[in-house]
Design a protein around this ligand. Structure first.
Ligand code: SIN
Length: 532
């Protein structure tokens, strides 16, 4: 018998580092429904190669990490929050180690860890597990989650929309259960969006297929404040292959070990753009690549780490080495063709220092949220850190709501899905998905202009009405739900990008080749069309 209404203290949507860490903590005091749209292991965290930026070495300092984060954030970081992020990091990392995360060690280093260097960092401070850090963290968190009876895991459940009561309090979410092919209500005292980012809204991305901005789109539709969606970070070095079917990241840590970016003729070029060259903040490196590719009408540049020997590369980057080899590239001998691709959303659902959104009882964590720590350009490897630090903050703040009792819902929503119609729906869905991805890539990419933004706005308006109409008239499938979320994400990006009358950090607009003196967040909201 399928239960169509599921009640718990916490509803956590998403199973990346933020959602899983929070679930573990929350289970100490309440019941947790952890719902994830594919398998529990499927998340952007699982793909994270680089690691967690954290001050663990005596030669490093909180001030240095704060400073690097703020410089990278191009004037838009919430400095108070960056200080908390950095200061709380070591304790949260220690918790990960205690539950079994095995960061790569180096016996003769003063911290005991093999710390990596990445763009924008003035010190080696990235804790990593070889080049599969996220995979190791997910493995350990999941193994721990499965020990707790208080946590019920719902795989293959995709959230459709949030449920708000008449007082605009969030009471849970509607879901499509893809195992039993039916819709369900998850009712909870505390709802947490931990659904990751929206890289799949773009044609080329380092993100896994699940990254369709579900949390951001649901919050936006529910009327939550959304901030800074124009700041989409492009990772400079994704492996270029001729079929381009799935993008594979070549970690920034490879540049941290000395890799040089070269043109097809072998010439290095980053010296023209920044004194840190290959290790400049990510927005600068991605823009440099974009520029070189554009003026030369080329498809890729090369990343050259051939100065390091095979033994070192196989030990330090086993996963990247193997993947390149699969594509016929021996990193020790051959240069790696790379291009930039959409990687991380610095904006998202606006949250305060406790991870609270503007909707009562709704929290957001991780990439779904805009907490102010990334500003206009995230510092490399600060995002896993953000996930664990805010999981703790949400946990502590949410405890006060556990005692509250609410009237229970009556079931008025349950219906069968129509997965049998999938083939018919997929043709429309596939076509529209590609249209959104091309539009974001061409008009909302690394370089923007006012004219192209307005063109994008017009096209997104039509696409959204078509998709909403379609969505209303038919039952749901996962790909339709995602498609609808993607068009809402595109709308949020364009609205924020149009509102920003300057170039700053990741938002580069050729009509404003300057950064204004006053740094302001872009806040949008579906109901008010508000710009502050
Ligand atoms: C990478 O390994 O280059 C990704 C790190 C990050 O995005 O923080």
């Amino acid at each position: 018998m399928i239960r169509n209404v599921i009640r718990s203290d916490y509803l956590i949507i998403g199973s990346g580092i933020a959602g899983l860490s929070l679930a573990l903590k929350a289970s100490k005091n309440g019941t947790v429904s952890l719902a994830t749209k594919k398998k529990i292991f499927d998340s952007a965290t699982e793909k994270a190669q680089g690691g967690i930026a954290c001050v663990v070495d005596k030669s490093d300092s909180f001030d240095a990490h704060v400073n690097d984060t703020i410089i990278s954030g191009a004037g838009l970081c919430n400095e108070k929050m960056v200080e908390k992020l950095v200061a709380e990091g070591p304790e949260r990392v220690r918790e990960l180690i205690e539950i079994g995360v095995d960061f790569t060690r180096k016996s003769y280093s003063s911290s005991g860890f093999d710390l990596a260097l990445e763009g924008g960092h003035s010190k080696r401070r990235i804790l990593h597990c070889d080049d599969i850090t996220g995979n190791e963290i997910e493995r350990v968190l999941i193994a721990n989650i499965l020990k707790y009876k208080n946590i019920s895991v719902y795989e293959n459940h995709i959230a459709i929309d949030l449920i708000l009561d008449d007082d605009k309090i969030c009471r849970g979410a509607y879901f499509l259960d893809n195992i039993n092919d039916c819709t369900k209500i998850f009712e909870a005292k505390i709802t947490v969006l931990a659904c990751g980012g929206a890289g799949r809204t773009y044609l080329y991305t380092s993100n896994p297929s699940i990254a369709t901005g579900d949390g951001m789109a649901m919050a936006y539709r529910a009327g939550a404040d959304i901030a800074n969606m124009e700041f989409v970070q492009f990772h400079p070095t994704c492996l270029y292959t001729t079929n381009m079917s799935g993008f594979f990241l070549v970690s920034e840590a490879v540049r941290g070990e000395g890799a040089i970016l070269r043109l097809k003729n072998g010439e290095p070029f980053m010296g023209k753009y920044h004194t840190y060259k290959e290790l400049a903040p990510r927005d600068i490196v991605a823009r440099a690549l974009y520029n070189e590719l554009k003026v030369r009408d080329e498809n890729f540049v090369y990343l050259d780490i051939t100065a390091k020997n095979k033994d070192f590369l196989k030990k330090r980057f086993p996963n990247i080495y193997a993947k390149c080899l699969e594509c016929g590239i021996d990193m020790a001998k051959d240069m790696i063709p790379v291009i930039p691709a959409a990687h991380f959303f610095c904006g998202g659902v606006a949250v305060d220092e406790h991870g609270r959104t503007s909707i009562t009882n709704l929290y957001a964590v991780g990439e779904t949220a805009c907490s102010g720590v990334h500003g206009a350009n995230r510092l490399a490897s600060n995002s896993l850190l953000e996930g664990i630090v805010y999981a703790e903050r949400v946990y502590k703040n949410s405890l006060q709501f556990l005692k509250k009792e609410y009237e229970r819902f009556s079931v008025d929503f349950v219906r069968n899905s129509t997965n049998s119609l999938i083939n018919e729906l997929d043709i429309f869905g596939y076509k529209k998905r590609k249209e959104i991805q091309k539009l974001t890539w061409n008009y909302l990419g690394i370089s923007r202009s006012n004219e192209r933004l307005l063109q994008a706005q017009r096209e997104i308006f039509f696409l959204k009405s078509e998709i909403e109409e379609y969505f209303k008239n038919l039952h749901f499938t996962t790909s339709e739900i995602e498609l609808r979320n993607m068009v809402f994400v595109a709308e949020m990006i364009v609205r924020c990008a149009v509102d920003r009358k300057e170039s700053r950090g990741l938002h580069f607009n050729t009509d404003y080749l300057f950064t204004s003196l006053e740094a302001k967040n872009t806040i949008i909201n579906i109901e008010r069309k508000l710009i502050t």
